[in-house]
Ligand binder design. Structure first.
Ligand SMILES: [Ca+2]
Ligand SMILES: [Ca+2]
Ligand SMILES: [Ca+2]
Length: 362
């Protein structure tokens, strides 16, 4: 190998070395160790991004004492042993993948190993480890919460007490936590004390909203429960009693489409209600007058009603049915014509005049 070849070979070797070295660096675990003061700086404002502090200690340690940082960077718990476990790791990903997380424990040991597990498994987000853990945090005089009280019973839910089957309705409630912990509300839509939906965590005292669709008619007790981030649960709220019901349908409106003024026209109306509720009818005659509320009738029962128009013209009759819970049907329409002979005659005369004019000139 001459000098020139030797130099070329050396350059190629240096290139490969540097390339592999940099690939190696990219894959290298990259936990960022931070002091408690640096952690507080990150967690006391969102102007430097949102970081989620995660306590990796046991349930008992978590409940007895934890760091106190403001929403939305409030402390939450996920035990180190659960992060080690494959299923637990998947749960961790579902909650926090894509977020920057700050792990802490009592003095930094468990959080360091949990952080290294996350990074080695390719967790998508920056992983910080708090050196010295909650011990140093407390010693530095940073905010701490000790023990836990359960949140207060949530307010009676607000929302419609009569809901139409298959339609979406919004409900709201609120609850306070004496420790000012973030809380979430659990919604039990049918009073069986099984929580059907949880909201996301919000600060204590926030108004929580949730929508729901019932797919079976009947009476329901809607109640909510409040749970703080530490796991303390309130009792259930008082229930909001809700009737889920079906609107009636006007199935038939039978009668003439042509009539004479000052002569009564007779119509037959009937409707049904899937809940077998009693139903009423109201008819808007199109001439500025409405019928009285007719009824009550059983579902499917027919009734007869007459109306007399006093002026010539075309009228659109609107018929609605209302059930005993005041739920209205869709509108059914029926057109009636009270002939306008003279008007029609004059219209035809004008038309005839224009046709003759056309023939004269073209
Ligand atoms: Ca922040
Ligand atoms: Ca609490
Ligand atoms: Ca009904």
């Amino acid at each position: 190998m001459n000098i020139k070849n030797l130099i070329s070979f050396s350059i190629v070797c240096m290139f490969f070395f540097s390339t592999f070295a940099s690939i190696g660096q990219c894959e290298q675990a990259d936990v960022l160790d931070i002091t408690v003061e640096e952690a507080w700086e990150l967690l006391s404002t969102t102007s430097n991004g949102i970081q989620l502090p995660i306590d990796v200690r046991t349930d008992v340690e978590w409940v007895s004492k934890r760091i106190d940082t403001p929403f939305p960077e409030y402390a939450r718990q996920f035990e180190k042993d659960d992060i080690v476990d494959e299923q637990g790791y998947q749960e961790f990903l579902e909650l926090y993948d894509g977020n920057d997380v700050i792990l802490y424990c009592k003095s930094g040991g468990r959080s360091s190993s949990a952080a290294n597990i996350l990074v080695s498994r390719g967790f998508n987000g920056t992983v910080y480890n708090v050196l010295g853990g909650i011990t140093d945090w407390d010693a530095a005089g940073l905010p701490i919460k000790n023990g836990n009280d359960m949140p207060e019973k949530p307010h009676l839910p607000e929302g419609s007490e009569i809901c139409i089957l298959g339609s979406s309705y919004d409900f709201s409630s609120l609850s306070n936590d004496i420790n000012e912990d973030v809380i979430r509300l659990g919604w039990d839509w049918n009073g069986d004390e099984y929580i059907d939906d949880w909201t996301d965590y919000q600060p204590s005292g926030s108004t929580f909203e949730h929508s729901h669709i019932w797919n079976m008619a009947g009476y329901y007790e809607l109640q909510v429960i409040s749970e703080d981030i530490v796991g303390g649960q309130s009792s259930f709220s008082d229930p909001l009693n809700i009737l889920v019901d079906t609107p009636p349908i006007v199935t038939n409106f039978e009668g003439p489409h042509d009539g004479k003024i000052e002569e009564a026209c007779e119509f037959i109306v009937s409707g049904t209600d899937a809940d077998d509720d009693l139903i009423y009818y109201q008819i808007i005659w199109g001439d500025g007058t409405d019928s009285d509320l007719l009824g009550p009738f059983s579902s499917g029962e027919e009734t007869t009603i007459t109306h007399t128009w006093l002026e010539k013209g075309s009228y659109t009759i609107q018929v609605i049915s209302i059930d005993e819970h005041n739920i209205e049907s869709d509108v059914l329409t029926h057109s009636v014509n009270m002939p306008k002979i003279r008007n029609l005659f004059s219209m035809f005369s004008i038309l005839e005049y224009f046709i003759n004019l056309f023939h004269m000139y073209f």
